[in-house]
Design a protein around this ligand. Structure first.
Ligand SMILES: Nc1ncnc2c1ncn2[C@@H]1O[C@H](COP(=O)(O)OP(=O)(O)OP(=O)(O)O)[C@@H](O)[C@H]1O
Ligand SMILES: [Mg+2]
Length: 366
């Protein structure tokens, strides 16, 4: 069973309070009412015994109903506040409703009080439910975002580690093999042509494997990104893209080469790669223009293709997981990604991320 309703009555006339209590009893409320008639007692009750409902007269000597409502709204904004008054004109009544009163009931028509209280309580319960649901949703969004950030950074660390191991350990082992093989080839008995041929074929095979190892390691995480920075990595990726696809890809880097914060560089680079992949799959473009510029507080990457143009539907669709991933990457660094398409003319992807977190060497630093 619900506990009795806690009602705070602001009323200077005990006889009127009695009539109000009577009206509530007649409406079958299970309640517990406290009457106060001064600002001090009113505030004391709000602080020490927060009520479920406030019923207030409009004219209280030394302390107006509007002031009371203002105090209640500040201290307990979710508690319904109903004026029960004999003096309120219709215009004043409407005005009080506009500025936050839940309802008003005239003392000459107290039969209205029961339904008015019921509705107020229903609405405040619904508001509370909605507020709680919104809070839960916000918390779960924040958790998801934190999880995404964590997964992305773990994934990037793992790729960097594997790329390094593949490059260093496999690369070294293969180089060692190649050296041993060339020693062996040099010491084969003269005239053993089949063995010589076999050694040459083996050597060629090792060369190809070395190339493959380099490619795999670079695809996992290009060393240029960590060693030379974002500008070099974008230029390298653009060249590689042009070579693989035959789509002309020009770069204009108007941001001086600086090693930005690794998270920022990684975000730009991965978004750039995703954009190029989309161009291969969807654009049907013959050229791509890439610019990187430094605004006062933001680093801006623009990738423009001359293909069919991304549709509004694709930009807005919840199914565009690739686009969502790009937006999310930028959002984690307080940045944004915008997509714009003109049918038949092409698509522009604009990435803006504040570089405040970036480590820019001071003037004159090496
Ligand atoms: N450069 C582009 N030109 C034209 N359309 C594009 C371009 N980039 C994206 N799109 C459209 O936007 C849609 C959503 O792209 P998104 O990257 O989210 O998904 P996807 O590439 O289809 O799949 P995924 O990236 O998950 O492999 C694409 O299916 C395509 O219709
Ligand atoms: Mg995609």
């Amino acid at each position: 069973m619900n506990p009795p309703l806690r009602i705070l009555m602001l009323e200077d006339d005990p006889a009127h309070a009695e009539l109000t209590t009577q009206a509530l009893l007649e409406s079958d409320f299970d309640f517990f009412a406290i009457r106060v008639d001064s600002r001090k007692d009113f505030e004391g009750q709000l602080t020490e015994h927060p009520p479920d409902l406030i019923l207030s007269d409009y004219t209280i000597p030394g302390f107006g109903g509007l002031v009371a409502m203002d105090i209640a709204q500040t201290m307990l904004p979710n508690v319904p506040f109903i004026f029960v008054t004999g003096t309120m004109g219709e215009e004043v009544a409407i005005e009080t409703l506009k500025i936050g009163a839940t309802d008003y009931v005239l003392k000459s028509r107290l039969a209205r009080l029961g339904p008015s209280v019921r509705r107020a309580l229903r609405e405040s319960a619904a508001r509370k439910d909605r507020y709680e649901a919104e809070t839960r949703l916000r918390q779960s969004n924040e958790q998801l975002r934190a999880l995404t950030a964590h997964l992305q950074s773990v994934r990037e660390e793992e790729r960097t580690r594997i790329a390094r191991q593949v490059h260093d350990e496999l690369g070294q082992a293969l180089t060692g093999l190649k050296l041993d093989l060339s020693w062996l080839a040099g010491n084969l008995p003269k005239g053993s042509r089949t063995l010589q041929q076999k050694a040459r074929a083996l050597s060629a095979c090792i060369d190809t494997t070395i190339q493959t190892v380099r490619r795999i390691s670079t695809e996992l995480r290009p060393g240029v990104l960590d060693n030379l920075g974002l500008v070099a990595a974008i230029e390298w990726q653009a060249q590689d893209f042009e070579l693989r696809t035959g789509i002309r890809c020009s770069t204009t880097m108007m941001a001086a080469e600086t090693i930005w914060d690794q998270d920022i560089s990684t975000a730009f680079f991965r978004i750039f790669q995703e954009t190029l992949t989309n161009i291969i799959h969807h654009a049907g473009a013959s050229r791509v223009d890439v610019t990187l510029t430094l605004e006062t507080d933001r680093l801006v990457l623009k990738v423009r293709d001359n293909g069919r143009g991304i549709s509004e539907a694709a930009i807005a669709s919840a199914k565009s997981i690739g686009l969502a991933g790009m937006r999310e990457r930028a959002a984690l660094l307080a940045g944004e990604v915008l997509f714009a398409g003109i049918p038949g003319q092409g698509t522009t992807v604009t990435v803006r991320i504040p570089h405040s977190a970036a480590t820019i060497p001071s003037e004159g630093a090496a």
